[in-house]
Design a protein around this ligand. Structure first.
Ligand code: SIN
Ligand code: CO
Length: 386
């Protein structure tokens, strides 16, 4: 029987958010299922494609005296020969944004509805043989590490930051030292949540070790400010500083604190909640990967598999389509589309899940909404399962 990828928190979502999210690791045994697709060959096939981000990391063998051999990292796209000439052990292939390429994989993200959709980033999948790992490191983003097949031994260390000493390797950013505080052996269906900054090192215990990493979007604060100010300054009529009723100068030679406050308040007054929302919706609905190099929509959807696993569904969102709904319409991959009057609730319905059934579509979309949906199907943003 086909099944879709699924993850269930082992505790109430509100408790997870209060006690674990961004705070401490959580081990959740047997909480994920439906992770048979993709197999390692499919993953290797993706790593041959232009525009799909992939890496091969080798190394980590322990020498006689406990020392760790040096690491190497190569970036894809790879060719068949690269895979034919790999050593027997101690390598990992990592493919980023597999959910964009394989819509079946993206359906796992519906299980993460205890977080808002803009907070989700992508699903990376790694395939490793015995001893394979990416080395001891920390990430800046939250991650759910989901064991799909084989076994991986995870060691967890302390919280790290920019001052934590690293090994002298340019791009891998491996920790110079990782005192192990916890160790867990994960098998198929087991999940480990790791908040940003926590040191971790996962080593494959066998030759069919596949791990999915659900990664989260944490926009850089500087990018948020830049986008908000760009939006607020666009088409802004010229307005000058004003100070009627001012007091005598407190500072005869420079800028007084009162004036600093007034100037700053008038500048920040240009940021209106409506414009800020517009800028944020645009930024956060942009796909992680887009542009001419990445033809995400070109990846075909395995409709047969989805239909067998979800017979109710008549439509699926393509894995590379990112949606956010607002009061007036839908943000689709960074573009705002107003919704027709007969289909106002369609945006919320489409953006809150990835599989759609006929009765709900009819309830949310009138004639004009259905026309729009058909255009999106033609453009590849959604795929019909009928
Ligand atoms: C892996 O899948 O091998 C590495 C994932 C991670 O450590 O973030
Ligand atoms: Co990591």
């Amino acid at each position: 029987m086909s099944s879709l990828p699924r993850f269930t928190l082992p505790l109430p979502a509100a408790d997870f958010l209060r006690d674990y999210w961004q705070r401490k690791p959580l081990l959740a045994r047997g909480c994920a299922s439906g992770l048979e697709i993709p197999d390692p060959d499919t993953l290797a096939g993706l790593a041959l494609e232009d525009g799909v981000e992939s890496r091969l990391i080798m190394g980590g063998q322990q020498g006689q005296h406990g020392e760790t051999a040096s690491w190497t990292q190569r970036h894809g796209p790879f060719d068949e020969d690269d895979f034919r000439t790999l050593p027997e052990s101690h390598w990992t292939l990592l493919v980023q944004s597999v959910d964009y390429c394989l819509t079946e994989v993206s359906l796992l993200l519906d299980s993460f509805d205890f977080l808002p959709p803009w907070r989700l980033e992508d699903i990376m999948i790694s395939y490793a043989v015995r001893g394979g790992s990416v080395g001891p490191h920390f990430d800046q983003y939250d991650v759910f590490l989901i064991q799909a097949s084989g076994q991986r031994r995870w060691q967890l260390g302390p919280a790290c930051d920019a001052s934590t000493p690293l090994q002298p390797h340019d791009s891998l950013r491996l920790l110079a030292d990782m005192p192990v505080q916890e160790e867990h052996l994960l098998g198929p269906g087991d999940v480990l949540y790791i908040p940003p900054g926590v040191a971790h090192w996962g080593i494959a215990e066998d030759d069919d070790c596949v791990t999915w990493s659900v990664g989260f979007r944490a926009p850089r604060r500087a990018d948020l400010l830049a986008r908000i100010t760009d939006e607020c300054l666009a088409n802004m009529p010229e307005a000058l500083f004003t100070d009627p009723g001012r007091d005598l100068p407190e500072d005869a030679a420079g800028l007084s604190d009162t004036d600093v406050d007034a100037l700053t308040a008038q500048a920040l007054g240009l940021v209106t909640p409506e414009r800020a929302r517009q800028a944020l919706m645009q930024l956060l609905s942009e796909p992680r990967q887009s542009g001419p190099d990445f033809a995400g929509l070109d990846f075909e959807v395995d409709t047969g598999h989805i239909r067998a696993a979800a017979p109710e569904a008549v439509l699926v969102r393509h894995g590379s389509t990112r949606l956010l709904a607002d009061a007036k319409g839908l943000w689709l991959n960074g573009e705002h589309v107003p919704l027709p009057d007969d289909s106002r609730s369609l945006g919320t319905y489409l953006a809150s899940r990835r599989l759609y059934d006929a009765a709900s579509l009819n309830q949310h979309a009138g004639t004009a909404g259905m026309e729009l949906l058909n255009e999106w199907i033609e453009q590849g943003f959604f795929v019909s399962l009928e």
